[in-house]
Write a protein of this length. Structure first.
Length: 265
């Protein structure tokens, strides 16, 4: 099967994009997952849809309707909505059209942005009285969850996923005085680094803090062997995308989700 070329953007090498997709799957892997006829079923109760959806990795042997029915029963048992993630690499290549024909609604248009080289990356500048703190996974998940207003169950599941990740995370919190102004983390796999959970407190937005923190994280990863980077951001988050573009990131490919459940979005 050929990848869905309509979801590729800006002419990046498809090999690099596939590498970013694999790294992203590893970075978001929950402990609750299983394979079903070519579909990777992720069954985490966390907020992030990446950890509670289907990823269609390769062509299976079952008819699509039978595979859908089997997967739906697994998600129902886990008390989760049945969601399918559509990427340029989804199999079969017309899966998106087939799900649309069956009434699956599309939502959460997302961009995977790439920085092909970390060479020449500028250093980070932070406001006066700033302090960078590297907490453990539990403390980081608690901090970013509180900034986002996430419920306790989501914060706990996030911390559990970070602790059990097949690839290690490094989190950083930026304090200004006694206040947590921003946080972010990276996951490094061989020579590619992914940025995750970059979040700025409302009172400190539009001051360049997020971009500075991203530069700091990328430089940390570069010192550990990273040569290129990726991140995932909602297509409509224009402020974040502009900040990433100023660093040098560009849209590499798009993905979205489909579901029959109106609450899934």
């Amino acid at each position: 099967m050929q990848p869905n070329a309509g979801l590729f953007l800006n002419g990046f090498d498809p090999g690099l994009l596939r590498r970013a997709e694999e790294a992203g799957l590893n970075a978001s892997a929950p402990t609750q997952q299983r394979l079903l006829d070519g579909w990777l079923l992720r069954l985490s109760p966390a907020k992030a849809k990446r950890a509670r959806c289907v990823n269609a990795l390769y062509a299976g042997q079952l008819p699509l309707d039978e595979r859908i029915a089997l997967a739906q029963s697994v998600f129902e048992t886990a008390a989760l909505p049945f969601i399918v993630r559509i990427t340029p690499f989804s199999e079969p290549s017309d899966l998106d059209a087939q799900l649309e024909a069956r009434g699956f609604a599309s939502f959460d248009d997302t961009r995977v942005m790439l920085l092909p080289s970390l060479e020449g990356l500028q250093g980070a500048r932070f406001p006066p009285r700033s302090e960078l703190v590297s907490p453990g996974s539990g403390a980081f998940a608690e901090a970013v969850g509180l900034l986002r207003g996430s419920p306790l169950s989501h914060r706990q599941e996030h911390a559990n996923r970070l602790r059990n990740s097949p690839v290690p995370y490094t989190g950083v919190m930026l304090r200004i005085g006694e206040e947590i102004a921003a946080c972010g983390q990276f996951v490094l796999e061989h020579d590619i680094v992914g940025l995750y959970d970059v979040f700025t407190a409302p009172a400190h937005r539009n001051a360049g803090i997020a971009a500075a923190l991203c530069r700091h994280l990328l430089l940390m990863a570069q010192a550990r062997g990273a040569r290129r980077a990726y991140l995932q951001v909602e297509a409509q988050n224009h402020a974040a995308r502009s900040a990433y573009e100023r660093i040098g990131f560009r849209d590499g490919y798009a993905y979205h989700y489909r579901s029959l459940d109106p609450s899934a979005a």
